[in-house]
Design a protein around this ligand. Sequence first.
Ligand code: P5A
Length: 356
Amino acid sequence: MRLSRYFLPVLKENPSEAQIVSHRYMLRAGLIKQSSAGIYSWLPLGFKVLKKLEGIVHEEQQRAGHMPMLMPTIQSADLWRESGRYDDYGQEMLRMQDRHGRDMLFTPTAEELITDIFRAHVSSYKDLPLTMYQIQWKFRDEIRPRFGVMRGREFYMKDGYNFDLSKEDALHAYNRHLVSYLRTYERMGLQAIPMRADGGPIGGDYTHEFLVLAETGESEVFYDSAVTDLSFGDREIDYDDVAQCQGVLEEFTSKYARTDETHDEALFNAVPEERRKVARGIEVGQIFYFGAKYSEALNATVQGPDGKPTPVHMGSHGIGVSRLLGAIIEASHDDKGIIWPEGVTPFHCGIQPETG
Ligand code: P5A
């Protein structure tokens, strides 16, 4: 493709609606175009980077042994009534009716749907462990969509779900996700720090958010600066090795690092003063262990080794794929524009000297 034929609608002026640098550069470089509040078209250059990020996520998920699949964006409200989240989710959920008057919704996440697939097809502990994921559009009717793709209403998310027989196995799945996320973000040129967080509408009280430090981040974070010295690097990981994955989790989560939701002043004050940092961060992912919350509500049991039906232990794990574009630009730019990390750059260029 020649540059002269490429659709690259660059803007000379700073768009007035863009308050942060990533939003400004994404509009100016012709990566995205807003279609309505918090909803964007991905123009060829932005789409190219989005697909690169998606490719890295797929590779790292499959390296960890997780199976790709795809679920619909429009779901029936019935499953959500079964889990009790139809009312809980409130106005963030975009609700609609089909021509027969059936209540439908645009998926903000997919714990219910995957649990329904599981209960229809899996009945024995011998089919566990099982982890599947998708990369699919989500919709959350955010009260204040802002900062471009950072807080969109329609956004692209990798969402993965694990099913295990015991809490111990499910915690291994949790650790495996933590390790694979560290690798994923590093390949994108980002340092994303796992921090203890709150389960929110997804649930569970064991959860970590991954945060990229940036002044424009929406979350307030408290951490021991020693966490910023850690890097995953090119270490070899055997994702079936329980002790190895647990070791990585301990290495990356033993220092104090929490969002404001779980911040504990007394614990924070135990960190040496010169290492105590209060900053802002962009949440680029979150992993959850919530045990039997959905499997009990939706009656997703397997026959255990003792022959008795047991609700499965579950977790879910998300990466904000479209938000990552904004996070990468916030973390890597200068006053002239975006400085793409090598792993995600839309184009590579070579300089050929003229000969003869
Ligand atoms: C985990 C996967 C979940 O939804 N269910 C399935 C769980 N988690 S989450 O933390 O709520 O979302 C996962 C990631 O999606 C990104 N994200 C967003 N990106 C852009 N605009 C939004 N409005 C938005 N909301 C969530 C975040 O990166 C989040 O970590």
